[in-house]
Design a protein around this ligand. Structure first.
Ligand code: ZN
Length: 214
C-alpha cells in the first residue's frame, strides 16, 4: 500500500467528496442518465489512497451520506455500513492505473449501450465530443466475472494514457476524470454523442434508400 495512507484525511475533505458524489448522483438520476438502482460513482479523497463509493443496491436518487462506503485502493472497507458497489473492482483498477483520476462515474445509459452493441467505437461526431473526449472505445469482455475481465481493462488504460471514457459492451459507460463532476459531464457527453451518432446513421440510411428507390 502506498505511503499516502499515512496521511489521514480531514473531516472536511471527506465531507467534500461525499457531497460531490451525492450532488452528481442526483443530477444523473434527474436527467435519466441512470434510472432504477443501477450505475455507481466514486471519488478519491485527495492526497490519500482512500476511495468513497456508492453502496450496492442504492439508487442514485435515494443515495445519502449513509450509503457511501470508504475503502482502500486494495478494497479493504474502512468506513460505512452495507457493501460497496459490486463494480468496486473496476473502479479500483481504474484508480490504480490512473493516479490522476479523482472521480469515476458509471451508468447503464441506453444510447451508448445500443450503439456499442454494433460498433467498436462510438464516433465523436461533434466538435465538442472530439475536443473533450478524444475517442470513445467499446470494450468487449468475455470473462464471466469482473475479476477475470480486469486485465483487459488495465491493458486498455495502459495503451492510451489520455483515455477518459470507455463503453463496456452490453453494460454501460465508464468515465474517469480530475473530478467527479467532470467524470459525470463526460458520461453525459458520451450518451449525447451516441444519440447523435445513431440519428446521423439513421438519416444517412433513409437518404440512401430514397436515392436507391428514385
Ligand atoms: Zn454497471
Amino acid at each position: 500500500m502506498s505511503n499516502l495512507m499515512s496521511s489521514s484525511p480531514t473531516t472536511d475533505a471527506i465531507m467534500q467528496v461525499k457531497q460531490s458524489l451525492l450532488t452528481n448522483a442526483k443530477r444523473a438520476y434527474e436527467i435519466r442518465l441512470q434510472t432504477g438502482n443501477g450505475g455507481n460513482l466514486s471519488g478519491r479523497i485527495p492526497g490519500t489512497d482512500l476511495i468513497i463509493i456508492k453502496a450496492s443496491g442504492c439508487s442514485f436518487d435515494k443515495c445519502r451520506a449513509d450509503n457511501l462506503i470508504t475503502v482502500t485502493l486494495d478494497g479493504e472497507q474502512v468506513d460505512g455500513d452495507g457493501l460497496p458497489s459490486q463494480e468496486l473492482a473496476t473502479h479500483l483498477a481504474i484508480y490504480k492505473q490512473r493516479p490522476d483520476a479523482q472521480g469515476i462515474f458509471h451508468s447503464h445509459s441506453p444510447w451508448a449501450i445500443a450503439y456499442a452493441n454494433f460498433n467498436d467505437t462510438i464516433p465523436t461526431v461533434t466538435l465538442h465530443a472530439k475536443s473533450k473526449l478524444g475517442r470513445i472505445p467499446v470494450l468487449r469482455l468475455s470473462g464471466e466475472t469482473t475479476q477475470a475481465n480486469l486485465p483487459v481493462i488495465k491493458a486498455l488504460l495502459t495503451a492510451d494514457r489520455n483515455l477518459c471514457v470507455f463503453v463496456q459492451d452490453r453494460h454501460g459507460i465508464f468515465s474517469f476524470a480530475s473530478s467527479i463532476e467532470l467524470a459525470r459531464y463526460n458520461a453525459e457527453l458520451v450518451e449525447e454523442t451516441a444519440q447523435i451518432a445513431w440519428s446521423m446513421a439513421l438519416v444517412e440510411r433513409v437518404a440512401s434508400n430514397r436515392k436507391r428507390d428514385a
